[in-house]
Design a protein around this ligand. Structure first.
Ligand code: HEM
Length: 232
């Protein structure tokens, strides 16, 4: 930890604290780039909007989209697993207790965070890690990621050759009452993730402007600025 001067015009000293460790930031950016790739290629698989003249084998657009989708899905899966592992092995800001509101104190601040995010209160909740509402939202979006993996790997069994280890995921198909429903859930999951992504950019920008604690930059640098009275 080191102390640096506060922003211009204020005399308080803010403490610079290392919050997001490398695995958290790495997983975040791998998830970001893989989700962009999966959403673009997945949207094309669902709605093939490019029409190319001649036989399909001459351009192979759908085939390429599918293979890029599958390579990106491997990056996506590994990044999500690293982040889940780090919820057990990482520092206090990366842990499960930051995602699930397990204490009474966090439940109380959940209500205040909700009022702030919905513009019903000007009083923000100042946490160094995630506030209770943000933490629970991230837990929810990770649940959606796992639904995407389950439905995605179930769909992949259609392409996996007989004898491929990927056929193992076939047991997931009855859980979704068949492949068409798995595909529908997979498609709806994309829109849930994209709506989350919009809010996930908007609210940190809002927070960064209100609290000026470096929340937006922290996912690049790992550091935030602790004001007197900030909660862990
Ligand atoms: C481990 C993760 C994932 C795997 C294994 C996976 C795999 C697949 C497979 C096998 C298909 C079917 C391709 C076809 O029918 O030809 C598919 C379709 C699709 N995927 Fe994924 N996927 C994953 C994650 C994602 C994510 C994160 C998104 C969006 C952000 C996404 C969006 C889509 C969409 C929109 C479709 C088309 C569904 C439709 O037909 O309407 N996928 N995916």
């Amino acid at each position: 930890m080191s102390a640096v001067p506060a922003h211009a015009g204020e005399h308080a000293m803010l403490e610079r604290v290392y919050i997001w460790e490398l695995p958290v930031r790495l997983a975040h950016w791998l998830l970001f780039f893989s989700i962009v790739t999966l959403a673009v290629t997945g949207f094309y698989i669902g709605h093939p909007f490019i029409s190319a003249p001649g036989p399909a084998s001459a351009h192979f657009i759908m085939g390429r989209m599918r293979s890029v989708h599958l390579y990106a899905s491997i990056v996506f899966t590994l990044a999500a697993l690293v982040r889940v592992y780090w919820a057990f092995a990482g520092n206090r800001y990366a842990r499960w207790s930051q995602l699930l509101p397990v204490s009474l104190e966090r439940w109380r601040s959940f209500r205040q965070a909700f009022l702030f995010y919905t513009f019903l209160s000007r009083q923000s909740v100042d946490y160094l890690g995630h506030n209770a509402l943000a933490g629970l939202t991230y837990a929810g979006i990770f649940a959606v990621y796992f639904v995407m993996m389950a439905t995605g790997f179930a769909l992949y069994t259609v392409y996996a050759p007989p004898g491929s280890p990927m056929q193992w995921f076939g047991w997931l198909i009855p859980l979704f009452h068949g492949l068409p429903i798995a595909r529908l859930i997979h498609h709806i999951g994309m829109w849930v993730i994209l709506v989350f992504a919009v809010a996930h950019v908007y609210f940190p920008v809002l927070y960064a402007l209100v609290e000026r604690n470096g929340v937006f930059d922290s996912i690049f640098s790992g550091y935030k600025f602790k004001e007197p009275g900030s909660r862990e």
